[in-house]
Design a protein around this ligand. Structure first.
Ligand code: FMN
Length: 139
């Protein structure tokens, strides 16, 4: 079922510096950049999964990305809201770097999965959908 785009998560800008997360992302197959969000970026969109573009401050222009905002409830041990960005077709070390995220649209709510395998297959579907939406973004 398609989750309706929430009017509050259209073209929201989030700025922050990349910090160390729990290092689970690489094991899951989706390494994410965890953002320590600047105070000026508050309020954040509601917890959920979003289609985004990210500016890495390089000459390449905006990169497509899928981001997750929330407490990663599948794991049950995260106590502060995480903003995690999976940057499509990107490999590299971004720790300490400042990123600007443009949240384009909401894909779904954050959920607790019964297994890590179920989280991985939903994440794969999220990224596929995000890529398809980004193909249609007016540049
Ligand atoms: C596209 C995407 C969707 C996600 N959706 C969920 C979710 O619904 N539930 C959840 O518990 N975690 C979700 N996550 C967060 C993962 O649990 C998290 O990225 C992973 O635990 C790695 O965290 P780490 O970078 O702190 O190690 C999602 C992550 C991504 C990239």
């Amino acid at each position: 079922m398609a989750f309706p785009a929430h009017p509050d998560c259209h073209s929201i800008r989030i700025d922050g510096v990349v910090v160390h997360g729990d290092k689970r992302g690489r094991v899951l197959g989706f390494p994410t950049a965890n953002l320590a969000v600047d105070a000026v970026s508050a309020p954040l969109p509601a917890d959920g999964v979003y289609c985004c573009q990210v500016d890495l401050g390089d000459s390449a222009g905006p990169h497509g990305a899928t981001c997750s905002i929330g407490l990663n409830p599948t794991f049950g041990d995260v106590t502060s809201t995480r903003v995690e960005v999976f940057i499509h077709d990107f490999e590299g070390d971004l720790y300490g770097q400042r990123l600007t995220l443009r949240v384009l649209t909401c894909l779904r709510e954050m959920r607790r999965f019964e297994s890590v395998a179920a989280l991985i297959s939903q994440t794969e579907a999220d990224v596929r959908r995000s890529r398809a939406l980004l193909e249609r973004v007016w540049r």
